[in-house]
Design a protein around this ligand. Structure first.
Ligand SMILES: [Zn+2]
Ligand SMILES: [Zn+2]
Length: 298
């Protein structure tokens, strides 16, 4: 226990508590912006292209002529000169070049004026970063039926057809599926209604929950001035994230936690809880218990 406690203190010491700039983060930006496609090509893509199911939610694509392209070869499958319809309920076009059937989650909408601009690497990256975000936040049907495993295989199949090196990793420890103790990610709920959560490997899931009963953690949380187990869990997750990715500032870490893990708290709430933990003297035991168990460097 004392080993864990000092390890935790060490992790938190790597943060700059006074630096207000989130850009100090060692691994800045949201998952989509992890993109290695840089420069003007990256800028074009971030503004003018998205996976079909994501583009549908953005009004801008309804206002300009757009094309749907195959992310494997860049070939145009469909053009909408009057903008993307508000809802493309079903899309299953076969790319004649690649002979792969493309769905709403596997084809790219791009402003028609830019349809020939991006490289194949860039199209791959737009597609796979969307997949990553979807899987990390847990794929469910309208009635909360989990479909993460099903989609993981669907994404894998398309990646294989295009010869992409797509690999699903746990968002927290960054380990690939070959290194997990189970064959799939666990879904961790942050909230049941509405359904909201994050997918983690089994070890990280255990590290975040401490493997304890919800009710016990709720009690212990309240004893140290936190609202409930979700506050404890998000703090545990933030500390592990810091151990893995070493962000520069407390603010940068809090922002990263919010965008990467689909949490229910705001970035400022996460930051102030972190400050509370650090400045409150000894780190409360409810947070330190088993936090590095099976995860990162135990
Ligand atoms: Zn194609
Ligand atoms: Zn993990």
């Amino acid at each position: 226990m004392s080993v864990q406690r000092s390890r935790l203190a060490e992790v938190l010491e790597t943060l700059d508590w006074d630096d207000p700039s989130p850009s100090a983060a060692g691994e800045a930006g949201n998952p989509a912006r992890d993109s290695s496609v840089g420069g003007s090509e990256g800028a074009i893509l971030r503004q003018h292209a998205a996976v079909l199911e994501a583009a549908e939610g953005r009004p801008r694509y309804r206002e300009v002529p757009v094309s749907v392209v195959c992310p494997g070869c860049g070939g145009v499958l469909e053009r909408y000169p009057h903008g993307l319809p508000a809802r493309v309920a079903y899309f299953a076009e076969s790319c004649p070049e690649c002979e792969v059937q493309l769905r709403r989650w596997g084809s790219i909408v791009i402003d028609t004026v830019f349809e020939t601009a991006p490289s194949l690497d860039a199209l791959e990256e737009v597609t796979t970063s969307r997949w990553k975000e979807r899987i990390w936040s847990g794929v469910t049907t309208g009635d909360d039926y989990a479909r993460t495993a099903e989609y993981s295989s669907a994404f894998e199949e398309q990646a294989e057809a295009f010869d992409w090196e797509w690999e699903l990793r746990c968002p927290l420890c960054r380990q690939s599926s070959e290194e997990w103790s189970t064959s799939r990610l666990d879904y961790h709920h942050w909230s049941r209604r509405p359904d909201r959560g994050v997918c983690l490997c089994r070890s990280c899931h255990t590290a975040v929950t401490g493997g304890e009963r919800d009710r016990d953690v709720d009690w212990a949380a309240q004893e140290v001035g936190l609202k409930n187990r979700y506050d404890v869990q998000v703090l545990r997750l933030a500390i592990i994230e810091q151990a893995v990715a070493e962000h520069g500032s407390a603010e940068g870490l809090a922002e990263r936690v919010c965008e990467r893990y689909n949490v229910i708290q705001s970035a400022s709430a996460v930051e102030s809880m972190l400050r509370q933990v650090v400045t409150g003297g000894e780190i409360p035991e409810v947070i330190t218990r088993n936090v590095f168990k099976g995860c990162v460097d135990g």
